[in-house]
Design a protein around this ligand. Structure first.
Ligand code: DAH
Length: 350
């Protein structure tokens, strides 16, 4: 039996050395190690051995099996590497003398909607402000009537720098600076403050198809004497109808934000069904788009403006959300992916 085992080992080794393809390996395994394989049939003869011989032969049979299995694995690896090498060699070499690919790239969907919004607001007399991505706790929260330990901070956890500054969690963080910048011309010259400020925002957020730790908003404010909710509705409706190139209906629902009073959620008529109800709007006919409201007196005061004399509205438009709606982007992560292939398909028309 010893000789037979040794013979199987040697034969297997020699046969394996000849094999060249993955499919041959499986046939070999079945023929040698399978239920009816050569090694297995030898093991069936163990019953005829003496009790002293049995453990010795058992051990030897095991060693042969391990040996063959190891060789088989080595061979599989070798064949795989050879196939990979073949595939690599089959790819034509890069030809440096070939003419350059002159694809000109395309604007990012968020840049596109941002520019469209800017153009519409500019035509309505709004200035476009650029504001820092790094702000103070005062700008991001305190000046917006969100004191330390206010529960509204929970939803806006962000990234903090060692010096106590933070990456802004919303574009509202620029409100205070804008009021201060234009307060003198408002009070002395009677010019209304009309400004929009688009920007990148950050939140300490677990990402999924609808959440990202980096996204874009566009804040807008208008402050003057006698500004009311009707002004807010008018500007929002005009801007959205321009961006979507169709008549958009809007409605306001109450919403809570510490820096506006009253605060609202602004919904627009569903872009897919026009308001009749469909799966996209969960059959309500409406899509939630933009929180907004009348600027809280404390926020005006923090910006150096007397709330007894002036009122204003503010809104925080989710540019990322708007881009997703307009271009039918289903997964927010596509937008930050940097994948030109994903992004170009939304913007071919521009
Ligand atoms: N800053 C808020 C956020 O990101 C959104 C917002 C709500 C902005 C109401 C506003 C507003 O200007 O009036 O959650």
């Amino acid at each position: 039996m010893k000789d037979k085992l040794e013979a199987i080992r040697r034969k297997a080794e020699a046969e394996l050395a000849e094999l060249k393809e993955q499919s041959q390996l499986e046939n070999f395994r079945i023929a040698v190690l399978g239920k009816k394989g050569e090694l297995t049939s030898i093991l069936k003869m163990m019953g005829s051995l003496s009790p002293e011989e049995r453990p010795v032969m058992g051990q030897m049979a095991n060693d042969v099996r391990t040996f063959i299995e190891e060789k088989l694995q080595e061979k599989a690896k070798e064949i795989k590497e050879r196939e990979m090498q073949k595939e690599i060699e089959s790819v034509p070499l890069f030809d440096v003398s070939a003419p350059a690919n002159l694809d000109r790239g395309s604007y990012h969907p968020i840049t596109l909607v941002q520019r469209q919004c800017e153009a519409v607001f500019k035509s309505m007399g709004f200035t476009i402000e650029n504001y820092s991505e790094i702000v103070t706790d005062y700008e991001c929260f305190e000046a917006l009537n969100i004191p330390k330990h206010h529960p509204a901070r929970d939803m806006q956890d962000t990234y903090y720098l060692e010096n106590g500054q933070l990456l802004k969690s919303h574009t509202s963080a620029a409100q205070n600076a804008i009021y201060r910048k234009y307060r003198d011309s408002l009070v002395n010259d009677g010019l209304p403050i009309k400004a929009i400020f688009p920007g990148r925002c950050f939140r300490n957020e677990a990402t999924d198809a609808c959440h990202e730790n980096t996204f874009f908003q566009m804040e807008g404010v208008m402050v003057d004497k006698n500004i009311s909710i009707s002004n807010l509705i008018y500007f929002m409706k005009t801007m959205l109808s321009e961006v979507f190139q169709k008549d958009i209906k809007v409605r306001l629902r109450p919403g809570f934000f510490p820096f506006v009073e009253p605060g609202f959620e602004l919904d627009i008529s569903c872009l897919i069904c026009g308001g009749d109800g469909c799966p996209s709007c969960k059959h309500s006919g409406w899509l939630e788009l933009c929180p907004c409201g009348m600027i809280h007196p404390e926020v005006l005061k923090a910006g150096g403006i007397d709330p007894e004399e002036y009122t204003g509205f503010a809104f925080g438009l989710g540019l990322t959300r708007l881009a997703m709606m307009k271009y039918g982007v289903k997964d927010i992560r596509d937008l930050n992916s940097g994948s030109l292939k994903s992004l170009a398909q939304f913007t071919d028309d521009e």
